[in-house]
Design a protein around this ligand. Structure first.
Ligand code: CP
Length: 319
C-alpha cells in the first residue's frame, strides 16, 4: 500500500482486518519491520485515540515516532498556491513538507475541515498538498472528509464481534445521526459508509433527519431512512454519530423528534451492539445507560485503533 487515505487504497478489506486481528494476538511479531525507520505524525487539531494508538502501533513495529502538533506548536502553514504571505501564515507547505519528507520514512497527517467552504473541504486540498510536497507515503489520521483508520477499526470490531458470537446470517448495521451542541465534520459518517459499502458483507441502513443527507458517493448502496425507530428494527450493530449538514454546508438545520439512543429504542433492535468513535457527549449524543451498559462496544472499538494502525503501517513498510 503506497498511501492510506480511504477504503479505495486497500485492495482486500477482509485481509487487512485479518492482519489487524493477527497483530492483536501477537503484537510484537514484526518488531523489526520498522527498525531504523521514522514515522512523523502531524496533527492540525486535537486527538487522544489516534495520536496514542498510532504511536503504540509504530513502536510495536520497531519504528521511531515523532509527533508534531502543527496547529498550536508549529509555524502557521499556508496552503494556497501563489499566496502573497503578508498575513498570519508564516511558512508555505511547499517549503515545510519536503523537509518532513527528508526527516521521515512515512508521514501521518490529521487535517480538519473548515466547514465553511464545501468545495474546498471536499477537494482535500491540505492533505493533497502534503502528499504532493512531502514525497513519501502518507497515512491519513483523519482528513477533511474521511477518517479511514477509524473506519478500519470499526470493521475490525464488527468482524471480531461477529466471530466471537458465532453469528451466522448477514448482519444489519445501522448508522444513526445523533444530536450535538456544535457543528461537526461529516468525516466519520462518510468514512464508515464508504468502508461498510466496500466491505459488502452487511445490510446497511443510514438514518438521519431531513437536511442531514451525506454525499451520495459515500452512501450509495445503503438504505436511507428518516424514521430512526424504523431503521433500528432488528439491527445487530448501531453506530451513533453526529454530523453537520452537507447540503446546507456546516450548519445544523432544525430537526424533529428525539434522536439520542436510549435503552427503550435499543429494545427495537436485535440486542444490537452500540458503537461510537469517541469522544462522545454523554446524554447528548448517547445516554449514560447505553454507554455504561452491556451493549456498548466503544472501549473495545477505541482499543482496536492500535491494531488497525499497526496493520496499515506494516502494509506500507512492506511495500
Ligand atoms: N476517534 C478519534 O479519532 O479520536 P481522537 O480524536 O481522540 O483521535
Amino acid at each position: 500500500m503506497k498511501q492510506f487515505l480511504s477504503a479505495h487504497d486497500v485492495q482486500n478489506i477482509p485481509a487487512i482486518i485479518q492482519d489487524a486481528l493477527t497483530y492483536k494476538s501477537a503484537p510484537w511479531k514484526d518488531e523489526n519491520l520498522g527498525k531504523h525507520k521514522k514515522l512523523g505524525c502531524l496533527f492540525m487539531n486535537p486527538s487522544m485515540r489516534t495520536r496514542l494508538s498510532t504511536q503504540i502501533a509504530a513502536q510495536q513495529l520497531g519504528m521511531e515516532t515523532v509527533v508534531f502538533n502543527v496547529g498550536n506548536e508549529g509555524w502557521a502553514l499556508e496552503f494556497a498556491d501563489g499566496a502573497i504571505m503578508n498575513g498570519t501564515t508564516v511558512e508555505h507547505v511547499k517549503d515545510a513538507a519536503p523537509i518532513m519528507g527528508n526527516y521521515f520514512d512515512l508521514l501521518a497527517v490529521r487535517t480538519f475541515p473548515g466547514l465553511k467552504d464545501r468545495e474546498a473541504d471536499y477537494s482535500e486540498h491540505i492533505m493533497h498538498q502534503f502528499i504532493k510536497y512531502a514525497g513519501i507515503p502518507v497515512i491519513s489520521l483523519e482528513s477533511a472528509t474521511l477518517h479511514p483508520l477509524q473506519s478500519l477499526t470499526d470493521l475490525i470490531t464488527i468482524n471480531e464481534t461477529i466471530q466471537t458470537t458465532g453469528f451466522k446470517r448477514k448482519p444489519k448495521i445501522v448508522l444513526s445521526w445523533a444530536p450535538h451542541v456544535k457543528p461537526l465534520p461529516q468525516c466519520v459518517a462518510n468514512s464508515f459508509s464508504q468502508w461498510v459499502n466496500a466491505w459488502g458483507v452487511a445490510d446497511f441502513v443510514i438514518t438521519h433527519p431531513e437536511g442531514y443527507a451525506l454525499e451520495k458517493k459515500f452512501t450509495e448502496g445503503a438504505t436511507i431512512v428518516h424514521q430512526q425507530e424504523e431503521a433500528l428494527k432488528d439491527a445487530d450493530f448501531v453506530y451513533i454519530k453526529n454530523w453537520s449538514s452537507y447540503e446546507q454546508y456546516g450548519t445544523m438545520p432544525a430537526y424533529e423528534g428525539e434522536w439520542m439512543l436510549t435503552n427503550k429504542k435499543l429494545a427495537l433492535t436485535n440486542q444490537a451492539k452500540v458503537m461510537h468513535c469517541l469522544p462522545v457527549r454523554r446524554n447528548v449524543e448517547l445516554s449514560d445507560e447505553i454507554l455504561d451498559g452491556p451493549n456498548s462496544l466503544v472501549t473495545k472499538q477505541a482499543t482496536n485503533r492500535v491494531w488497525a494502525a499497526q496493520a496499515v503501517i506494516a502494509s506500507m513498510l512492506k511495500s
